[in-house]
Design a binder for this molecule. Structure first.
Ligand code: HAS
Ligand code: CU1
Length: 577
């Protein structure tokens, strides 16, 4: 007698097989190009990091002869650091990650010519923007607020780079719609669902910055119009600028929900809940940007307050994630015999870098998220706004929650894509733990200095800055300087492991030796809409939800921008560098 395997809805998803080896190879190659370009940007960007940390440690290295030859100023170093890490590293990594995942999850063919074209266009935009950045013609920091003016080449390159990401949106949404047509009545698999929702959110978010750069900054920097209204530009910037932080962190959420349970040895708690989280982010990520502008004139307090409450609402999907991912971890630990209220945590595989990286990232995000709620509260905001507290906040959100998770992903994704092997688990682990410790110490030093009143984006270590010598900041300054050195060690370890891996010999095709780490599920979504719960049915129509997201942001920004346009005042540009 033979028994056929029983299909279990709780089983881990099997990646649909792609039999066309040439196509699969090309898909993997383009993904690898995105990821490696991203990591090269991270390498250059993070090299600048210790310089900024030393500045906030009271040590001015920008005056040393070597740096003077390479960088014109502290501000050029800071601009490179911010643009390369926050804008370039993230966008390239995410474009590769969230193109590859849905293509594999849905088993759909994508047009590889278009995929390569998009990669090349994005890279061309980056290279064009890099020229003025490196030659001190776009020392504008990563927010490039006008009336500070840079070379038009910078704005054009940046527009091409960001615009290319919208082509990826088109390609992924198109692939999903084709899958829907081929599979009527089916529920979109979770990973693809999360990717599509994130790309849709990014499209709604990107409209602000694209409008700003294409219609305001490029014509102005080319001298076609007399001036620019700084407040309109800044408002369009933060339309995108808040939601971009979710564009950076949701790809990490995807790995926390879908893959971390597997690394831990546990299960996804609930697919319907994960879908709800992503729909809440799709709807609510963008209409909150005024929490960056509490101090700005000509925006009414009423609208600032509305955006504040909407910000508090967008915390909810992060809290859902916190509870659900913590439950996955507890499930894993108890399955390995973990006991007690907290004792189970000792049973988690802390020595495994693919596990430790995302979990340490999550731990840092508890503090980063709590700090975010402080920033968003209009009563606290005046205390922390524009102080060193803010870089403290974003180094434990994008700098750790996102970056450390992406490092962890690279330890399995690069072997998966290239068929090579992670050369050293110990060194990879050391990189992960030192990144976590370095960032926690950095965040402590910077939050502390911010509370004392040290401003952000200032050459506080400069010889003329005597005022800081009087402040009680010796201890946090010391912590900040030390953290920069810990992070330098971490970076060297990480890139050593990465390059050794990339330069090693290919062993196989990576499909079996390093598969996509799908996890088992405790509470799965039914594969068919007919049998699915209400939560699954209401979250499935992403096209309609996309429309609602767009409408919401128009409602929450329309009146604010209308008033700004009615009072527009064009001012000429400045070059302060
Ligand atoms: Fe923020 C400024 C508010 C999240 C990044 N933010 C910034 C800037 C950046 C940034 C780059 O309201 C600087 C911009 C500039 O240059 O001016 N932020 C928030 C709020 C959230 C938030 C309310 N931020 C992020 C994320 C970022 C990011 C995510 C990047 C990825 N932020 C602000 C505000 C400002 C701001 C103001 C302007 C400040 C000013 O004055 O200029 C929320 O989304 C946070 C919600 C998150 C949580 C945490 C949930 C915890 C989780 C972890 C669970 C842990 C587990 C591990 C499961 C509530 C999910 C357990 C472990 C075991 C071992 C068991
Ligand atoms: Cu924000």
């Amino acid at each position: 007698m033979t028994t056929s395997p029983v299909f279990s809805p709780n089983a881990a998803r099997e990646t649909p097989v792609i039999s066309d080896a040439a196509y699969l190879g090309s898909l993997k190659k383009v993904t690898q190009y995105y990821i490696v370009t991203a990591l090269l940007a991270l390498l250059v960007g993070t090299l600048m990091g210790p310089l900024q940390a030393l500045n906030y440690g009271g040590i001015n290295v920008y005056d040393t002869p070597i740096l003077k030859a390479l960088l014109k100023s502290y501000y050029q170093g800071l601009s490179l650091h911010g643009v390369l890490n926050a804008l370039v590293f993230t966008q390239f990594f995410i474009s590769g990650w969230m193109l590859y995942l849905p293509a594999r999850d849905l088993g759909m063919r994508i047009n590889m010519k278009f995929a390569w074209f998009t990669y090349i266009l994005m890279t061309a935009g980056l290279l064009v923007a890099a020229v003025p950045l490196l030659t001190n013609n776009a020392t504008l920091l990563y927010t490039f607020y006008p009336p500070m003016e840079g070379s038009p080449v910078f704005y054009i390159g940046a527009a091409v780079m960001v615009g290319s990401s919208l082509l990826v949106v088109g390609q992924v949404v198109n692939m999903w719609l084709r899958w829907k047509r081929a599979n009527p009545g089916r529920v979109t698999p979770l990973v693809a669902f999360m990717c599509v929702a994130t790309w849709m959110m990014w499209f709604v978010a990107a409209l602000g910055i694209v409008t700003e750069v294409v219609f305001l900054l490029i014509p102005w920097s080319l001298g076609w119009v007399a001036g620019v209204d700084p407040l309109i530009s800044k408002t369009l910037f933060w339309w995108t600028g808040h939601a971009i932080v979710y564009f950076w962190v949701l790809p990490a959420y995807i790995s926390w929900y879908a893959f971390l349970p597997k690394h831990a040895g546990g299960r996804i708690v609930s697919e319907p809940l994960a879908r709800l989280t992503f729909v809440l982010f799709l709807l609510n990520s963008t209409p909150v940007g005024l929490h960056h502008q509490y101090a700005d004139p000509n925006i009414s307090n009423a609208w600032k307050t509305v955006h504040m409450f909407l910000t508090f609402l967008v915390v909810i999907p992060s809290l859902l994630t916190a509870f659900s991912v913590a439950a996955s971890l507890e499930d894993a630990a108890r399955a390995r015999g973990g006991k007690g209220l907290f004792g189970w945590m000792t049973r988690l595989p802390w020595g495994k870098p693919m596990f430790a990286a995302p979990v340490l990232a999550l731990i840092s995000f508890i503090l980063g998220g709590a700090g975010g709620v402080v920033n968003a509260s209009s009563t606290f905001a005046p205390v922390v706004h524009n102080t060193a507290w803010i870089p403290g906040h974003f180094h434990i959100t994008v700098g750790t929650a996102t970056t450390l998770t992406f490092m962890g992903i690279s330890f399995w994704l690069i072997p998966h894509l290239t068929g090579k092997r992670l050369p050293s688990v110990r060194l990879a682990s050391a990189a992960v733990w030192t990144w976590f410790v370095g960032m926690m110490v950095f965040a402590l030093g910077m939050h502390w200095q911010g509370l004392v009143g040290v401003p952000r984006r200032a050459l506080v270590s400069g010889a003329a800055q005597n005022v800081y010598k009087e402040m009680p900041i010796q201890i946090p300054q010391m912590l900040t300087a030390i953290s920069g050195m810990i992070l330098l060690v971490s970076m060297l370890l990480y890139f050593y492991v990465l390059f050794r891996m990339l330069l090693s010999r290919r062993v196989d095709d990576g499909e079996v030796s390093s598969p996509i780490p799908y996890s088992e599920v405790i509470s799965p979504a039914s594969p068919n809409l007919a049998g699915a719960s209400a939560l699954v049915r209401y979250t499935e129509p992403l096209m309609a939800l996309w429309g609602v997201a767009l409408l919401l942001v128009l409602l929450m920004y329309g009146p604010v921008l209308a008033r700004l346009f009615a009072n527009a005042e064009l001012v000429p540009g400045w070059r302060l560098y």
